[in-house]
Write a protein that binds this ligand. Structure first.
Ligand code: PLP
Length: 402
């Protein structure tokens, strides 16, 4: 018998499982609103034209080789990533108190950040995540030994932010807790704090000496404006917080499978920076030795070339505007059908995801009767909607909520 015969079978990943069920469905009008990846109006993956262009340039470079990158990644990629999230003229950069490591996309950034904190942040600290949050947050922190707890975030009654509850949770958390914050386009709710609310959040966190752990998986994708989507992170830096931020280029570059990401630390002084840098290198070495090159080369080329950068911004707008247009059309369709309930949240929420407010039994019904696939919490990926299926989806929603 196998040494591992008593290993309990783990449940399949909910999202990946949903996609598999969708693929196996032979119904013609089936709709997949589960997966968090951009789709064009024909429901197809979209390779950004600027990415194609950069890729050609990289491949045609006669000097290209496939040597290892440095342990903490491609220097030009890291520098550009820091500037992208903090703003090129952020004083923290000039003061040499920012360090970064290239990671296995946003997941790897979260992991390396969590791993570093598990070694070097005060022992016994608790990580607070929003209720709800991205399904992978708790497992990532639990895997490196952290206890995770929820802070109040989403209010099902208003389908919006429970700011009072959130501030209370932060106030009641033990001093010096690690607080995971979604920089923009909150996943799964699509509900973000306003700038005024961010200020109140910063006030409590400063008072309680909490550590901000920003996860930024959708910069530029949320509003179509890179600076606006980075506002909260920059505001916390300006307030003098020591913090870290995880960046993913999966969504905003469409480089899902390339695993290009970055973990950035903003420290209080420049003496600490090389120490943190050296420990990140040590941790990374034992885990992946060094990060993958291809995606990082594409991102670096685009971010460091003004003409390509401009083209990227246009590509980003194509994606974020199509999503906003789908929000608008879904809202209009539901309003025209006079669907019971209020639907303003569809257009108020931002980013790739929307919490529809559909209850689990309605989700079950819409799946069985209309072959529309979404997670049980009622979250839909706006990217799965198109001019071809938005009306069908609206009618399905209308039917199941009546
Ligand atoms: N963080 C959040 C909030 C996300 O929604 C995602 C992707 O869905 C990620 C991080 C990381 O994704 P990736 O590892 O593909 O960059």
């Amino acid at each position: 018998p196998s040494t591992f015969q008593d290993v309990p079978r783990a449940p399949p990943d909910v999202i990946f499982n949903l996609t598999a069920t969708y693929k196996a469905d032979t119904f013609e009008k089936k709709v997949n609103l589960g997966v968090g990846a951009y789709r064009d109006d024909n429901g197809k993956p979209w390779v950004l034209p600027v990415v194609k262009k950069a890729e050609r340039e990289i491949i045609n470079d006669p000097e290209l080789d496939h040597e290892y990158l440095p342990i903490t990644g491609l220097p030009s990629f890291k520098e550009a990533s820091i500037k992208l999230i903090l703003g090129a003229d952020n004083p923290a950069i000039k003061e040499k108190r920012v360090v970064a490591a290239q990671t296995i996309s946003g997941t790897g950034a979260n992991h390396l950040g969590a791993l570093f904190l598990s070694r070097f942040y005060r022992k016994g600290s608790i990580v607070y995540v929003s209720n709800p949050t991205w399904a992978n947050h708790k497992p990532i922190f639990n895997n490196v030994g952290f206890e995770t707890r929820d802070y109040a975030y989403y209010d099902p009654k208003t389908i919006g932010l429970d700011i009072g509850g959130m501030l209370d949770s932060l106030e009641n958390a033990p001093e010096g807790s690690i607080i995971l914050l979604h920089a923009c386009a909150h996943n799964p709710t699509g509900v973000d704090p306003t700038q005024e609310q961010w200020k109140a959040i910063a006030d409590v966190m400063e008072k309680k000496k909490h550590f901000p752990f920003f996860d930024c998986a959708y910069q530029g994708f949320a509003s179509g404006d890179l600076d606006r989507d980075a506002w909260a992170v920059r505001y916390f830096v300006e307030r003098g917080f020591e913090l870290l931020v995880c960046q993913s280029y999966a969504k905003n570059f469409g480089l899902y499978g390339q695993r290009a990401g970055c973990l950035t630390f903003v420290l209080r002084d420049s003496e600490t920076a090389p120490k943190v840098d050296s420990q990140l290198a040590k941790l990374q070495r034992a885990e992946i030795s060094n990060p993958p090159a291809h995606g990082a080369r594409i991102v670096s080329l685009v971010l460091n070339d003004p003409a390509l950068f401009e083209e990227w911004v246009e590509n980003l707008k194509t994606m974020s505007f199509r999503i906003q247009e789908m929000r608008r059309r879904l809202y209009v369709n539901l309003t025209e059908l006079d669907t019971p309930g209020t639907w303003n949240h569809i257009t108020d929420q931002i980013g790739m995801f929307s919490f529809t407010g559909l209850k689990p039994h309605q989700v079950k019904l819409i799946k069985e009767k209309y072959h529309v696939y979404l997670t049980d919490n009622g979250r839909i990926s706006m990217a799965g909607l198109s001019s071809k299926n938005v009306e069908y989806f609206a009618k399905a929603v209308d039917d199941v909520v009546r």
